[in-house]
Design a protein around this ligand. Sequence first.
Ligand code: AMP
Length: 289
Amino acid sequence: METETVPRAMVTTSGELRERTAQARAAGKLIGLVPTMGALHEGHLSLIRRARAECGFVVVTIFVNPTQFPPGEDFERYPRDLAGDEAKARAAGADLIFAPPTSEIYPPDDSTFVEVTGPLVECLCGPHRPGHFRGVTTVCARLFNLVGPDRAYFGEKDYQQLLVIKQMVRDLHFPLAVVPVPTVREADGMAMSSRNSYLSPEERKAATALHRALSRAEEQVEHGERSAAALLAGVKEMIASEPLVSLQYVELRDAETLDALTALDRPAVLAVAVFVGKARLIDNVVIAR
Ligand code: AMP
């Protein structure tokens, strides 16, 4: 009797990955890529489900990318749960999970980085996380080359990252579409993030100030507010009222170029970064008017 081998759901080497994506391509399937650092939550799963709906073969990568953590950040203690992630990713529709060791992505003798330069990376998180976006674009360029996706899915939660990736894809002529996916939130409005696991119950409650502040700004806009200074002051006030939350930045910027705005005269993004205990958290709202 012939035994049928069931293809493995998780692979760790680029050779196995390429074999599987080549088979999918040969079968005429569109390849969707969802890059993640694991500790998967509903935000990640919404990206995977979207990819499932749009592509014939869905690859989820799970790789805690060391180059995107500036020195002193949380690389070592970043949450890791590969077994749980595999089950969740498969249930959401992943065909293949690529969970490589660091040496598979960064061979010991490598010496190439990919870096977007200019205004997109010189504001918001850029100055606060030196080297971060260079790490992100480098790993994404390598993953794009390894997977060869037709579509790659990124969350609007990391809004600046999304714009930086789009820029890299345009500039380097990667033959793929970058698909933005809306931020998934908890019932109380808090944006889902793997880093929320760092929060004590008390900190978790205080951290809702982030979403409350952004929601209030949206309400102000609905009531006709157009001044950046007024919107930023409102956010600062709300954050300051929570002793457990400290503001790193809040900025109103052009939704495409990230140019600083003094007035809401075009589509804009209101982006915030805070510290709550050990966790650095970001959130944003896009204001279309
Ligand atoms: P990470 O594992 O944090 O690198 O995130 C992997 C991908 O999931 C990125 O494209 C993120 O923007 C996206 N993502 C993270 N959190 C959320 C969320 N709450 N809603 C939607 N997408 C998210």
